[in-house]
Write a protein of this length. Sequence first.
Length: 213
Amino acid sequence: MTVQLYSYFRSSASYRVRIALHLKKIPFQTVSVDLRKNEQGSANYTSVNPQGLVPTLVDGDMTLSQSLVILEYLETRYPTVPLLPIDGKLMWKVKELTQFIACDIHPINNLRVLKYLTETLEATSNAKDAWYHHWIKEGFDILEKELARFRTPFALSDTPSWVDLCLIPQMYNAHRFKIDLSKHPRLCAIEAHCLTLDAFQKALPEHQDDCDL
């Protein structure tokens, strides 16, 4: 049975799972969930994922949401092309920085938060952008210092890890919101290297079937 990924093309959490699936060469079918139309709140989708969030991965009789849990599941179920180092010290660093990006940078700037700022709190477009720029810059400043200590083509090693999978969607968003990345050369170098790989290219938002950019 083909793996199914319920996804939205611009969702950073979906994006990181797409990269993992492509790197591991796991065939999958994408099921679009349009967040702009609130399809994630529909009865049809919440019957699959009661949390009403994307992504959701369906693999046979296993249904999982929460992207970091999905990454861990894929690492266990499909160990070929490992994305989590077996070296204990490096493994814990990968987990630490993965959570920093996925839990401390991404959630503050996801679509739900931005919509609440503009629709409920009536923040202006400029105020929303200022919010986005502030939190990305603060997170990226920390990441730049952390990753500058590693002289590797990918974030922490010679092969991609969960850190790269989480970083690249945030870099994509930073470009989209026209954030000045001149003070983050290490992050830019990692991004450039990742995008030389076919798996990262295939996972790009503009290469998804539900993209209407």
